[in-house]
Design a protein around this ligand. Structure first.
Ligand code: DGL
Length: 223
């Protein structure tokens, strides 16, 4: 059994990619709507929440692999989870800065994520390691999470929110837009429409699903 969790519907884009990579593989997905959003919670709060969910996935559902289908929970709690449950492999999410830095022609990359993701060690390290010589612009778009939770992924309200965050990045020359929150791929068609060919939109869904498949294949069969 593979376990997935997120603060809500965001991680379903990861699950969808996983179902393509590993058809027929059993899974449990916990959408923690009760605690949504994670983006503005403290590290201690997210560690507590993530710890409880991991315990449920391991003890109740016998998960042998857990995908933290949330950039914020990865940024704030994956070290804690790996220390607490060393017997279970965890796959986490981080903004796809490396492919964006490799692909940019303008030398400017825009990253959209939550406050919690930008505040994490992983994000700082990845930017330092993979984006040397590239200007990385950060844009918090926590309000998009709430839109997606309400199922508002198109129409005037969603478009206004997307334009507010994306237009300044485009105006500053970003030709790559990195979706650093698993809720954001749900807005992808709208983001692409707003970008209108001026920037490529990059997410981590398929890459994470592939990583989960690799780990599942090299795990011994369940006893
Ligand atoms: N989907 C999450 C992420 O990838 C969490 C968003 C939130 O709850 O603020 O960051």
């Amino acid at each position: 059994m593979t376990g997935f969790f997120d603060s809500g519907f965001g991680g379903l884009c990861i699950l969808e990619a996983f179902m393509r990579e590993c058809p027929g593989e059993p899974f449990v997905y916990i959408a923690d709507n009760a605690n949504c959003p994670y983006g503005n919670k403290s590290r201690a709060e997210i560690e507590t929440i993530a710890g409880q969910i991991a315990e449920e996935l391991i003890d109740r559902h016998q998960c042998r692999l857990i995908v933290v289908a949330c950039n914020t929970a990865t940024a704030q709690a994956i070290d804690f989870l790996r220390n607490k449950y060393p017997q279970v492999p965890f796959v986490g999410l981080e903004p796809a800065i490396k492919p964006a830095a490799q692909a940019t022609k303008t030398g400017v990359v825009g990253v959209l994520a939550t406050r919690g993701t930008f505040g994490g060690r992983l994000y700082r390290e990845t930017s330092r390691k993979f984006a040397a010589g590239v200007t990385v612009l950060q844009r918090m778009a926590d309000d998009w999470v709430e839109l997606v939770e309400r199922g508002v992924v198109d129409g005037p309200e969603a478009e206004a929110a997307v334009r507010t965050a994306v237009e300044p990045l485009l105006a500053a020359g970003a030709d790559q837009l990195v979706l650093g929150c698993t809720h954001f791929p749900h807005l992808r068609p709208l983001i692409e429409r707003v970008a209108n060919g001026r920037a490529a939109v990059i997410d981590s869904c398929q890459a994470v699903a592939r990583q989960a498949r690799r780990l599942l294949e090299c795990q011994p069969p369940k006893i």
